[in-house]
Structure formats: structure tokens, C-alpha cells
Design a protein around this ligand. Structure first.
Ligand code: ARG
Length: 463
């Protein structure tokens, strides 16, 4: 290995520079450059505070402020020369600042360390992503409202075990996902409140002897307060773990919905038609229209939950305070965030564009003896049978219909009476799917009135 000169930022005690492999394993600039804007925002807040507390002069603070703005615009214009030898975004920015403004740049790092700096930058980055997730979830929920409103009274089969169970309404099914994504939204909001404490000024781990004002920097960066323990402040990555956990649960919801869309868009179901904009063709089979977006959303949970697992494993067993292991946090979170936002946007687009096929849904709703429970309930309500007996009588009627190759409403009254003599013509009133769904008026039930009430409740809550 050729010997390099020692690091310009921390090389005072080093006679030689790092081995190339050391540099390769150590550097994070390849990915943490994504936090450049956050890094510069943190440095600006820190410099302004150092001047306000008299730790540095106003003229130095002004030079730092101007210089940082120049660095930021260089980065934004893609003109910035990132250097692996300078390891990470923090030292890349500071080194460039020194080139631009000279000596005052060296005063910026007073009363802070890269440990509190990286924790602050990364928190700011994750906080922005929580805000983006909130917008993405709200947009998706609004797209689901539109579907639910249009089809509040459209009947479809409800399933358990993916076997026809009881008729439900399309609106009710869409609103089930609103409940799921609504919980994700509340988890995103909770996580943001919990994480919003500023690590800056914790310095390396013990705080600093300079008379800094951590409340001032916390305020300037939009945090609610400074983190209260300097050891914890630099070693805490709960905000990243919580981000990944919230993302994982949401990705599970997205994946379940995506799975339904894959099934529903098949020729065997035809419950929905996905738009051309969110489908792809096959290069060999001309008839095909594939639900690729749904399939990829279904798959995203793999990498998002993978990132969650990976960071959990990185953090377990780390002693206080900072350890370099923690540099492994960023790529996981970056990748999970990118894919979570993409999956949310793709799902929103698909939901907005898709057409529910009302006739196919209705035809399927009436098949598979879906109103058998309504028949059993009628026997209880009108004839006073115990539910267990009613269940048995209904089972016999289902077996009879199956043998005849017809549905329950197609059985004649004589057929019915051969199983239970007390059955009257009135029974047919409950065998239709519309009657079935309209009767499910219990709170949170599938009746169109209930669905409309839930849509109204959600809209009011989100206002
Ligand atoms: N690149 C580092 C990281 O991502 C920054 C903190 C480095 N701190 C240190 N003491 N080496 O974690």
C-alpha cells in the first residue's frame, strides 16, 4: 500500500494515512451525502448559537453562514466534489467550508462532535420522511374514500379462509383498508412526536464545557426540546427503529391489499379492472395485462422489514455511547424510506385508477350460498329455533341446493318445507344479497348506511 498523508480533520496523532481497505470500510460519503441539506441546516443553527452565546464572534458566524450557503448551492447544482478520504458528509462539508472561508471554518466544530452532528442530521432526515409518509397515507386514504363512496351499496362476497362467507359491500371492504392505513397514520404521527428532541450539543458523549444554548439550536431546527441526556442523545437510534417498524407494519397492509388486487384482477375473479397506467403487458402472450405494480408493492415488505431486522441487529448489544456500528443505520433507512414512499404512491395511483366491476361483484356475491347465515337467522327470529338447530336445518338446505346445482333462493318452498315444515314464503325476503347487507346495521357492520356513516366519521377526523 502506498502511504498517504494523515486525515486533515483528525490526523494530528497519525503518522500515516489509512489503508485503502480501511478507507473503503470506513467511508460513508457514498450514501450519507443524502443528508447534506440537514447537515448544513444543523451547522447553521449551531454557528448562530455559538455567536449568540459569545463562543465565537459575530463576524466568524457570518462568514460561516455565507460559506455554508455556498456549499449548499454547490451540492444542489451537482458541482460539489465529494471525497472518500474525508469519510462522511460532515467532514466533506467542513473541509469545503475551510477552502471557501478559511480560518473561521475551524471554529464551527466548537462544542459539538460528529456524534451529536450525525444524530441530529439523521433525525432531521427521518423526520422529513415521516412527514412524507403522512402525506402519502392521507392521499391513499382519500383515494379509498372515493372508491368507498362510489360503491357504498355495491354487493360483493365477503370471505373467510378465502371461501365465500357472507355478502358485504364494496364500500365496506374499501373502508377496512382506511382503518388499517388510518392506524399507520396515527403511528407515523406518534413516532414524530416521540422523536422530536434535539441531540445537538450533546457533543461526543458528555456534553461540553462551552456555554452553549441547546434550547436555541433545538428551536431553530424545529425540535420540541433538546434531548435530556447527552449519552443517550448520541447513542439513540430508536427514531430510526421506530420509523422502520411503522414502515414495516404499513408495508404489511400495503402487501395484503396488493394481494387482493392481484386476485381480484384475474380472469377468474374480474372484481376489478386495473388501469393501463398501472399494468404491464407480456412480451410473449399478447392477451396478458399483468398487475405488476401490485405484485411489487406486495414484495416491498420484504426489503422494508429486512431493513428493520438489520438495524435491530446492528443496535443490539452496543454499549453506550456512540459506536461506529451505528453508521450502518443509514442505508437501511434510506432504502426502506424510498421504497415505502414509492409503494404508497403506486397504491394511491392504482386505487384512483381502478374500476370495480359492479356486475361481477354482484354475481359473485350471490353465489356460494352466501346468505346461509341470513337463512339461519330467519329461522331463529321468525320460527324461534335455537341457533344450533337453525344452523343444522340451513346446512341440510345448503346440501340440497348443492345436490340440485342451484343457489339457496332457487329452492322451492316445498323443498324448504321438506327440511323444516314451519318455513314460509317470507324466508325468500332474506335470501337476496341486498337484503342481507342492508340488515347488517350493527355499528361497524356492512350495511350501506353504516359504511356511509364511517366515511363521514373519517372525513371529519382527518379535517
Ligand atoms: N459517519 C459517521 C456515522 O455515520 C459519523 C459519526 C462519526 N463519529 C465518529 N466518532 N467517528 O456514524
Amino acid at each position: 500500500m502506498t502511504e498517504q498523508s494523515s486525515n486533515q480533520m483528525w490526523g494530528g496523532r497519525f503518522a500515516a494515512g489509512p489503508d485503502a481497505i480501511m478507507e473503503a470500510i470506513n467511508a460513508s460519503i457514498g450514501f450519507d451525502r443524502r443528508m447534506a441539506a440537514q447537515d448544513i441546516a444543523g451547522s447553521r443553527a449551531h454557528a448562530a448559537m455559538l455567536a449568540a452565546t459569545g463562543v465565537i464572534s459575530d463576524s466568524d458566524a457570518e462568514a460561516i453562514r455565507e460559506g455554508l450557503l455556498t456549499v449548499l448551492s454547490e451540492i444542489e447544482r451537482g458541482e460539489f466534489q465529494f471525497s472518500t478520504a474525508l469519510e462522511d458528509i460532515h467532514m466533506n462539508v467542513e473541509a469545503r467550508l475551510k477552502e471557501i472561508i478559511g480560518e473561521p471554518a475551524g471554529r464551527l466544530h466548537t462544542g459539538r462532535s460528529r456524534n451529536d452532528q450525525v444524530a441530529t442530521d439523521f433525525k432531521l432526515w427521518v423526520r422529513d420522511q415521516l412527514d412524507a409518509a403522512e402525506s402519502g397515507l392521507l392521499a391513499l386514504i382519500r383515494a379509498l374514500f372515493a372508491q368507498a363512496e362510489a360503491g357504498a351499496d355495491w354487493v360483493m362476497p365477503g370471505f373467510t379462509h378465502l371461501q365465500t362467507a357472507q355478502p358485504v359491500t364494496w364500500g365496506h371492504h374499501m373502508m377496512a383498508y382506511v382503518e388499517m392505513f388510518g392506524r399507520d397514520l396515527s403511528r407515523v404521527r406518534d413516532a414524530r412526536v416521540r422523536m422530536n428532541e434535539c441531540p445537538l450539543g450533546a457533543a461526543a458523549l458528555a456534553g461540553t464545557s462551552f456555554p452553549i444554548d441547546r434550547h436555541m439550536t433545538a428551536r431553530a431546527l424545529g425540535f420540541d426540546r433538546p434531548a435530556a441526556n447527552s449519552l443517550d442523545a448520541v447513542s439513540d437510534r430508536d427514531f430510526a427503529l421506530e420509523f422502520l417498524s411503522v414502515a414495516s407494519i404499513c408495508a404489511v397492509h400495503l402487501s395484503r391489499f396488493a394481494e387482493e388486487l392481484v386476485i381480484w384482477s384475474s380472469a377468474q375473479f374480474r372484481f376489478v379492472t386495473l388501469s393501463d397506467r398501472f399494468s404491464t403487458g407480456s412480451s410473449i402472450m399478447p392477451q396478458k395485462k399483468n398487475p405488476d405494480a401490485a405484485e411489487l408493492i406486495r414484495a416491498k415488505v420484504g426489503r422494508i422489514f429486512g431493513a428493520n431486522t438489520a438495524l435491530m441487529m446492528v443496535m443490539k448489544g452496543l454499549p453506550l455511547a456512540y459506536s461506529k456500528d451505528m453508521q450502518e443505520d443509514k442505508e437501511q433507512v434510506f432504502d426502506a424510506a424510498d421504497n415505502w414512499m414509492l409503494a404508497l404512491a403506486a397504491m394511491e395511483g392504482m386505487v384512483k385508477d381502478m374500476t370495480a366491476n359492479r356486475d361481477s361483484l354482484a354475481a359473485a356475491a350471490g353465489s356460494g350460498f352466501s346468505t346461509a347465515t341470513d337463512l339461519a337467522d330467519w329461522l331463529v327470529r321468525v320460527l324461534g329455533l335455537p341457533f344450533r338447530d337453525a344452523h343444522h336445518v340451513t346446512g341440510s338446505l345448503v346440501a340440497m341446493a348443492e345436490k340440485k346445482g342451484c343457489d339457496l333462493p332457487d329452492l322451492t318452498l316445498e323443498d324448504m318445507q321438506s327440511v323444516h315444515a314451519g318455513i314460509t314464503q317470507d324466508v325468500y325476503s332474506v335470501l337476496g344479497v341486498d337484503n342481507s347487507v342492508n340488515s347488517r346495521q350493527s355499528y361497524g357492520g356492512t350495511a350501506p348506511d353504516q359504511v356511509r356513516a364511517q366515511i363521514a366519521r373519517w372525513k371529519e377526523m382527518l379535517e
